[in-house]
Design a protein around this ligand. Sequence first.
Ligand code: NAD
Length: 364
Amino acid sequence: MQELTVKVPPTKACEYKIEIGTDILGSVWPKIETAFEKSGKFVITDANVEMAGHLEKLLQGRKIPNFVISPAGEKSKNMSTIGVILEAMEKAYLGRDTVVVALGGGVVGDIAGFAAAVFKRGVAVIQIPTTTVAQADSAIGGKTGVDSTLSKNAFGVFWHPSAVYIDVATLKTLDDRQYRAGLVESVKHALIADEGYFEFLEGNLDAILQRRCEILEKVAYNNCRIKAQVVENDPTEKNQRRILNYGHTIGHAVESESGFELLHGEVVAIGIVAAGLIEIEMGIGDCGRLERVKKILTALGMPTAIPPKISKKNVMDSMRRDKKAINKWPRFVLIDRIGSVHRQEGQWAIELGQEVVEKALDKL
Ligand code: NAD
């Protein structure tokens, strides 16, 4: 027998800029042209974003090959959409120098990022997020992928964008329920990382709900600052990046038990309240803090309790099937005060007895 060792050097570190502004969509294309002068371009968007006029605003009459995902939304986030997109890119004679431009919400961003990652073994992607979820969360951090018929985000890769352009004015055409639910990720960022930002959200709720762009720019900036810092410290979610799952573990379980009738932000709101109850149970939280959190979630129009038709026993069972579970039970992210995640032995997501979670769910 003969043996050899292949030493592969670590992949190159990357950095990218996030530009945030109001009504900047119309001036983004010339910047992409300058940065990727000789590259082929391919835009991926969805039917609602196109209908809202954002594709036209981005391209301003330029004839750029594009793919409009239809129907829009989660039902198209699967491998067959990826296959169709990749073939459309090939038919457009695109090569390894291509830049894919993702214009839309988290679904478009996740699909476009994944398509870019696998097209000719990887081409650049630029994210232009147009929802509160995508501007706060999915456009930054490099997670891409699609769902399987069994679970969400089952297939995917880390593939960081080359640039992110956030035009907060695009949020004006977003449906009200989607708009509000997406803001829960902003509340989550404030809870895990920055009490000052939490106070800012509390103090500017009316302006945020009125979609006042100067305030939305500040919201976007704070979200990107917080998420980017966590991602820089732990890009592949070995430990600290798990804090971005605050409220998500119980939230995901409620989401699947609701048959995906509730929006992601709505179930994360329930999960955040559940985390607050667990924190009280463990002596690291208090009722005053939980009331403050509930107040902001209620003002956003979010549910703060598990709907009666969902069985708490099934929610517990669903948690045992969580994809991040170890030994059929997930770890939990908790805070010890607003802006500070509770750590145990260097771990940011901690082990908890099932009875503690059960007790908290009983009060929810
Ligand atoms: P989405 O992309 O489905 O957008 C929600 C709806 O709004 C869709 O119908 C869409 O067509 C429409 N829309 C988007 N922008 C619009 C605009 N400006 N005006 C009018 N309509 C508009 O959903 P989402 O909430 O943005 O994202 C959810 C997805 O993001 C999920 O698939 C989730 O898994 C993923 N996600 C990924 C990450 C990540 O790190 N990659 C993080 C969070 C969420």
